[in-house]
Write a new protein. Structure first.
Length: 224
């Protein structure tokens, strides 16, 4: 079941206090209507009844898809690679083979959901995203392109696509590629990421992880 609590929240602009429903956890299998509201951003949308100020709630939120056997834990601004929540582990102690991920922002949470629903390996996706970001940086003559998300996957057309946010204005830039690059990334994951896949608790698979993984892969490949 999904878990919703009632709480008084104060507007940061006018200090007006009003009641709010905060979704602490969402069970996508049992409550698909909450899943839809989450992905649209509606669940996390705040609007002050007094002054009309709008913002997005930022608080820990657990997304659980029992059917596809994955969990995504949104913990705003978390900078840890691994998190073992004993209370959560106890609540779901009978569930085995669950992929558990931490994300530090809402867009990354949505991306993880899209990845797992598409039947993809998120580790391979992160490596692919990193590799393509390097191509985009070179194409646009930028030093670095760090923010991007998987936004397209089509097996029939053999393509995978990412939307990157580039430049000072963070303009969206869409770049697609053949699925072969994802398959190559998957082979890297299979070669050196077995220990990562065995880690307990929730882990953070992001750009930093991809950079470290590629560094390890190059060292192994070079025999050092």
């Amino acid at each position: 079941m999904s878990n919703v609590i009632s709480k008084e929240v104060t507007c940061p602009k006018c200090n007006h206090t009003q009641g709010a429903h905060l979704y602490i956890s969402i069970n996508a299998s049992n409550d698909p209507q909450f899943k839809k509201a989450l992905l649209s951003g509606k669940i996390l949308q705040y609007r002050c009844d007094s002054c009309g100020y709008e913002a997005r709630y930022t608080y820990p939120l657990l997304y659980n898809d029992m059917k596809r056997r994955f969990m995504v834990y949104l913990i705003p601004q978390i900078d840890r690679f691994q998190l073992e929540d004993r209370a959560l582990e106890d609540d779901y102690r009978n569930l085995k083979g669950i992929r558990k991920r931490i994300t530090s922002d809402f867009n990354s949470m949505k991306e993880k959901i899209f990845i797992f629903e598409s039947g993809l390996d998120d580790m391979a996706v992160e490596l692919t995203k990193y590799a393509i970001s390097e191509m985009v940086a070179k194409k646009l003559d930028l030093g670095r392109v760090s923010e991007g998300y998987l936004t397209m996957y089509n097996r029939e057309t053999n393509t995978i696509g990412f939307t990157y946010f580039v430049g000072e204005e963070a303009e969206p830039f869409v770049q697609s590629a053949r699925l072969e690059i994802y398959q190559k990334s998957l082979k890297i994951v299979e070669a050196i990421c077995a220990n990562d896949k065995k880690l307990s608790g929730f882990i953070k698979i992001d750009r930093e992880w991809a950079e470290n993984t590629l560094f390890r892969y190059k060292r192994v490949k070079s025999g050092r």
